[in-house]
Structure formats: C-alpha cells, structure tokens
Design a protein around this ligand. Sequence first.
Ligand code: HEC
Length: 95
Amino acid sequence: MATQAQATAGRFAPELIEQGREQFHRTCAQCHGRNMVNAGTTVYDLRKFPLDQPDRFQQSVTLGKGNMPSFKDALTPEQVAVLWAYVGTRGGKEN
Ligand code: HEC
C-alpha cells in the first residue's frame, strides 16, 4: 500500500490514522464515544488501552469481549489495522 511506504515521522502514516478515525466513528463511537471520550464506567476507555498490545486489540475487536460484540464478519483485517492506527496513537496524538 502506498501510504505505508511513505516516509513519516510516526509509526503510522497520517492517512491511516485518518482512515481509522472515520472507521471508528462509523462502527465504534456509538459505544466508545466520539473521539474515544466516554465516562469509562461500563465501556472500556480506549484512551487508556496499552499502546504496546496491538495483538490484544486485534483479538478483542475480532472476537469480541464481554459485552462487546465480535466484528469478525463486519470488518476486514485491514479495517481493524487502520482502527489500531487510530486507537494505538491516541487518535494521532502519540504517533
Ligand atoms: C455495543 C457496544 C460496543 C461497540 C459497538 C464497540 N465496543 Fe469495544 N467494548 C465495549 C465494551 C462493553 C467493552 C468492555 C468489554 C469487557 O472487558 O467486558 C469494550 C472493550 C473494548 C476494548 C478493550 C478489550 C480488551 O482487550 O480489554 C477494545 C480494544 C475495544 N473495545 C475496541 C473497540 C473497537 C475498535 C470498536 C469498533 C470496531 C468497538 N470496540 C466497538 C463495547 C463496544
């Protein structure tokens, strides 16, 4: 993919983070809140998700966890990867 080959100061190309942001607001924000902001009481606060656990992210989103449904049939692995670019950089703030 061209966006991945592009030189960038951060871990993720800014385009991937932007795609992740859009995907997040289509499929995740209704529970996790706009820009990942929610009360953090019953729904996991994604702003605190450990940045060094991409495999856990991939697994939880793909298979579901607790009251969160599985997104195995709703999202491709590529879509989960751009979601990680967004969540795993705190929305681009820690790229
Ligand atoms: C129907 C509401 C709902 C939707 C939609 C939803 N989530 Fe969740 N999510 C939850 C809840 C509830 C938890 C807490 C699960 C638990 O630990 O019991 C959670 C937990 C998580 C966790 C932490 C899992 C862990 O390993 O501890 C991640 C990461 C996550 N969600 C990402 C996402 C992403 C990305 C999307 C969009 C594709 C999404 N969620 C959509 C409700 C939702």
